[in-house]
Design a protein around this ligand. Structure first.
Ligand SMILES: [Zn+2]
Length: 434
């Protein structure tokens, strides 16, 4: 749709300028959660140079807001993306003690489309219009805080697609036929000016090109694909093939990225369902991989090393921790939950989320029948799982591992740091048991 691209882009620009008066004077505190009018928009204030919005995962259908009827509205909900946004927030808080800014629309899309302009998004309803304003004002406020603290940063608009090809679609406002252009063309000012990573393409730490930022070895898509989440564009999959549906990025990416100017770049991330957002285990695992990929992306291109943030988000301190021992193991593994005297049920899950072994915290769990590989552990009845950062993954027994259990003089629970884990709000990233 190259022909229409300039027209759509200029219309969006006018719309955004007309709305530039929205601002938030209220000071927000990292770690605190705020709600807009009617409780429809949630803002979790963060302290990282990262802003995540979730416009299409809401489930609320208040009867006093009519269903949208204007301009052929789309009602499809991006299933489980609110839960995925929460998992991303949680995995940052658990692993790093600091967190991104997260803005969530809880209204169902039939009541408000928070990735459209005001006219098409709220269809003239005053409550929906208020929620729309709250959604964007929270994002604007988060961006202002990022600029004040770090000078630049990244915005991610989180969605879910229903396309057949199970891969992440990263929309940088470039159409399929533009992504198909050779690097030298993508690196011209014409295409950099179309891009949602415009500011980064003009100035980044490694001095690499626009095309390299989209699909080179240090691209976000490449980092995600490296961790087992196929992505387009990436080095592994640089261009959607003709006929393959692909989302290039919508209103939010146009409005909140450096396409409009400023030093906060952005992307519309469309997540496939299977293995990414279909169940709590996969959401938690993907959230952790996304965290690692985003950290690498920010370190590589923005900061060298990210600015430190205020540690000690309350829930991190309050969560009980659990330990696995030994890890890795090829025979039995024990799970201990700190401060919990009662016996708790334990499930061992494989990479596709299937329960492959059962036990409890009272006695070692037999895993001798399992093939070597990564597994997760879920402690039932705790409202969470025993979580290990994927950065601390261990290798199967018999191979070298920096996080191998060390010989202990004080008892089996004096394990390597890599085995420390915490109960997350939303279940389980990955531990490697075998
Ligand atoms: Zn969506």
């Amino acid at each position: 749709m190259q022909y229409f691209a300039p027209v759509i882009r200029s219309l969006m620009l006018l719309t955004v300028h007309a709305l530039a008066h929205v601002s938030m004077a209220q000071p927000y505190v990292p770690g605190q959660t705020y709600f807009g009018g009617g409780g429809y928009i949630e803002y979790r204030c963060g302290d990282l140079p990262l802003v995540i919005s979730v416009p299409h995962g809401g489930a609320l259908v208040p009867s006093d807001i009519p269903d949208r009827t204007c301009n052929d509205p789309v009602f499809a909900v991006d299933a489980n993306t609110v839960e995925l946004g929460s998992a991303i927030d949680s995995v940052y808080a658990t692993n790093e003690g600091c967190r991104p800014h997260v803005v969530i629309c809880h209204l169902a899309r039939r009541k408000l489309d928070a990735n459209r302009d005001l006219e098409d998004g709220a269809c003239g309803d005053p409550q929906a219009a208020q929620a729309w304003s709250d959604f964007h004002a929270y994002i604007e406020s988060a961006k202002e805080q990022v600029i004040a603290a770090a000078g630049k940063g990244f915005y991610l608009d989180l969605h879910g697609h229903g396309h057949t090809v199970q891969r992440l679609e990263l929309g940088y406002l470039l159409y399929e036929d533009e992504l198909a252009l050779e690097d030298a063309t993508l690196n011209t000012s014409t295409y950099i000016d179309y891009s949602s990573i415009r500011a980064l393409a003009l100035d980044n730490e490694l001095g690499i090109s626009h095309a390299a930022l989209l699909r080179g070895p240090q691209a976000l898509g490449t980092r995600l694909a490296d961790r087992g989440y196929p992505s387009v564009p990436s080095q592994q999959d640089p261009i959607p093939l003709p006929g393959q549906p692909y989302f290039t990025g919508g209103y939010n990416t146009l409005r909140h990225s450096s396409y409009q100017g400023g030093s906060i770049d952005g992307v519309q991330m469309e997540c496939n369902f299977t293995g990414v957002r279909d169940n709590a285990l996969n959401r938690a695992r993907f959230a952790d991989s996304l965290r690692v990929a985003l950290n690498a992306f920010l370190d590589d291109h923005y900061f060298g090393q990210r600015p430190s943030c205020a540690v000690s988000v309350e829930e991190v301190v309050e969560r009980p921790s659990c330990s696995l021992w030994p890890n890795p193991s090829d025979s039995f593994v024990s799970v201990r939950v700190q401060g919990k005297g009662e016996v708790l049920a334990v499930e061992v899950l494989d990479g596709s989320g299937r329960v492959v072994a059962l036990g409890d915290t009272r006695s070692p769990i037999d895993i001798r029948s399992l093939a070597p590989g990564p597994y997760a552990v879920h402690v039932a009845g705790m409202g969470g799982g025993c979580s290990l950062s994927s950065e601390t993954r261990l290798r199967p027994n018999g191979t070298e591992s920096s996080a191998k259990p060390k010989e202990s003089k004080v008892g089996p629970w004096d394990v390597a740091k890599g085995d420390e884990c915490q109960l997350s709000g939303e279940v389980v990233p990955l531990g490697l048991l075998h």
